[in-house]
Structure formats: C-alpha cells, structure tokens
Write a protein that binds this ligand. Structure first.
Ligand SMILES: CC(C)(COP(=O)(O)OP(=O)(O)OC[C@H]1O[C@@H](n2cnc3c(N)ncnc32)[C@H](O)[C@@H]1OP(=O)(O)O)[C@@H](O)C(=O)NCCC(=O)NCCS
Length: 153
C-alpha cells in the first residue's frame, strides 16, 4: 500500500558542534573522519524521520570539503531527504562553519548519501514518496534522480 507523501522539510535535522582540539589534524583544522561521522549521523536521523523505520547507510555518493573548519569554530550540519526510490532515500547534508568572534561564516562541506529502510529481518521496505514543494527542492530532486538512475544502470 502506498504511504502518504512527505516533504523534504518534514525530514530536516540540524546538529550543532564546537570543534575541539582532539577533533583536529596537525594543522589545527577539522579531521575529515570526524566531519564524516557527524554527516553520517545527522543524515541517518533525517532518513529515519522520513521512513519511520530502521535504516542503513548504503552509500556515500559524494563528499566535498570546500573550506577548512578551525578549532573553536561552531559547526552546523543540516540534513534533509531530497529523493526517494522504492526503499532508498537520498539525503543531502550541508555543513556550515561559523566563528562568531570574527564574524566568519561559510559552507565548509557538502555530502550526498543513500540510506535504505529495513525491517527487523534487515529486508528493504518501501518508504513514503517525497513531495518536493519549492523550485529549489524540485531541482535537488531531479539531480538526485539522475544520480539514482545512473547508479542503477
Ligand atoms: C543496503 C542493503 C540493505 C541493500 O540490500 P539489497 O539486498 O542489496 O537490496 P536491493 O538490491 O533490494 O536494493 C534495495 C535498495 O537499496 C539500494 N541500494 C543497494 N545498494 C546500494 C548502493 N551501494 N548504493 C545506493 N543504493 C543502494 C537499491 O537501489 C534499492 O533502492 P530502491 O528500492 O529505492 O530502488 C544491504 O546491501 C546492506 O545491508 N548493506 C550493508 C549496510 C551497512 O552495513 N551499512 C553501514 C552501517 S549502517
């Protein structure tokens, strides 16, 4: 039975961190693996909000580190589901850095991940269709659909 649709905003999750010295590399900027773990966690919560089921990470399609994040900066991750297949969901994560003392803000990282909804026996289960509302959400949906279709080929 088809489930009622949900919008990208229905699944939005925001996470906040302060970058500490033990999360940095030898140059005083964020260690990529720490940011990846925060991205996976925030994206997983968005996928779970959409599906209302257990989920697993199936793939990380892309991760682009655009600007370094320095020790002491605030890190804001925003995740939302941007595309759904039958049982899979593509999630976009945008990572923003902010230094309120120096009035610096920037887009530090972007990532696209695919999660699959599963039942208690780990079998994939259908998810609610996504209903993009705005032009920007429709554009993200189309781009994600192209990634989904190219992977299927
Ligand atoms: C992801 C997983 C559930 C898919 O199971 P499967 O038996 O291959 O399932 P199917 O072939 O029926 O595919 C189910 C969905 O997964 C998607 N999928 C499978 N492999 C994928 C991959 N590598 N990347 C993206 N999506 C993938 C399929 O496209 C399909 O999506 P759709 O239903 O929307 O079209 C299974 O491979 C798995 O459990 N992997 C391990 C996950 C894991 O341990 N993650 C890390 C910790 S959470």
């Amino acid at each position: 039975m088809t489930q009622p649709g949900k919008t990208p905003s229905d699944s939005q999750v925001d996470s906040y961190y302060l970058l500490m010295p033990d999360q940095a590399n030898a140059y005083g900027t964020a260690f990529g693996g720490v940011i990846m773990a925060w991205i996976d966690m925030t994206a997983a919560m968005a996928a779970q909000k959409h599906s209302g089921t257990q989920i697993v990470t199936a793939s990380i399609e892309s991760m682009s580190f655009l600007e370094p994040i320095r020790i002491g900066e605030h890190v804001h991750l925003r995740a939302r589901v941007i595309y759904t297949g039958h049982t899979s969901m593509q999630v976009e994560v945008r990572v923003l850095r902010e230094n309120p003392m120096k009035n610096i803000k920037g887009l530090a990282t972007t990532a696209y991940l695919t999660f699959v909804a599963i039942d208690e026996e780990n079998h994939p289960v259908q998810v609610a269709p996504l209903l993009p509302q705005t032009d920007e959400e429709r554009m993200c949906y189309q781009q994600a659909q192209q990634r989904y279709q190219s992977r299927k080929k």
